[in-house]
Design a protein around this ligand. Structure first.
Ligand SMILES: [Fe+2]
Ligand SMILES: [Fe+2]
Length: 269
């Protein structure tokens, strides 16, 4: 099974790049199952029903989220209604949505997807993602050997440690949240594909997707300002994981970065 995991889709430029670039990418790498992180899909923070549906329309099967999951109130009901959307499983019990589920790939093979959020350098006080994962993976084992886990977090140490903790129990641990793709993709000794961060799908000339002037001003003045998604050419960041469905182990993980073509200059005669 070939699983394509696409990094944090940021705002309209990210959604547009996804819709533009995914058809060719799909033709190139023939994924059986596509997961994307959508926690920045709506205006750079959170997701709405409309933006989630737009991402599904582009060809994504499952949307994972992160620390911005509850940024937009109008998505709460949708989180309960649409099983294709996952929020981190280690939020306190009773909040809207679900943190893991079992799906089918294009050929009907079962695949589990889990979303967790890290706690290092994150402001939310969540349950321990390591221990929460134990119960989920035990339950998932009854349904499928192939499991993709989005570990959404800031610290490379926490994400790297989690990959090693889950090694041999999941097919892939893909880090999200920092919006910067790391070059540490590998198959761990137990057969789990792991990357600290898959990177973002959003505007390149920006600071992690936000207009660079606003972020620089925040650093210079330490005064709060409203972040706005940058515009211009976007990049689509992803990894492709090849899974053995009989064992649930990964045989390959490959980093992908596809740039939108720059707007062509008018021909002046
Ligand atoms: Fe995040
Ligand atoms: Fe993000």
């Amino acid at each position: 099974m070939r699983i394509l995991f696409i990094g944090d889709v940021v705002g309209k430029p990210g959604r547009r790049a996804l819709a533009e670039l995914l058809p060719d990418l799909t033709a190139d790498v023939s994924p059986d199952f596509i997961v994307a992180n959508g926690e920045n899909a709506a205006g750079g923070i959170g997701v709405t029903k409309e933006t989630a549906l737009e991402i599904f329309q582009a060809g994504v099967h499952v949307l994972t989220l992160g620390n911005h999951v509850f940024a937009r109130k109008d998505v709460y009901q949708f989180l309960d209604e649409d099983p294709r959307v996952l929020r981190p499983a280690n939020y306190p019990t009773g909040v809207p949505g679900r943190g893991w589920a079992v799906y089918s790939d294009e050929s009907g093979q079962p695949v589990g997807v889990v979303n967790l959020c890290g706690r290092v350098f994150m402001s939310e006080h969540l349950e321990d993602p390591f221990r929460v994962s134990d119960g989920i993976l035990e339950e998932l084992a009854a349904y499928t050997k192939v499991v993709v886990l989005d570990f959404h977090g800031e610290a490379t140490s926490e994400k790297g440690a989690f990959g090693r903790y889950a090694d041999g129990r999941v097919t892939a641990v893909v880090g999200t949240h920092t919006h910067v793709q790391t070059a540490d993709e590998r198959i761990l000794p137990g057969g789990t594909a792991c990357i600290t961060d898959v990177g973002m799908t959003g505007p390149v000339d920006s600071v992690i997707g936000v207009r660079k002037e606003l972020i620089i001003s925040r650093f210079l003045t330490q005064m709060p300002n409203k972040f706005e998604v940058a515009d211009g050419e976007s990049i689509l960041s992803a990894v492709l994981v090849e899974a053995d469905v009989s064992t649930g182990t990964a045989s390959k993980i490959e980093r992908i970065q596809v740039h939108q073509a720059p707007a062509s200059n008018p021909v002046v005669l």
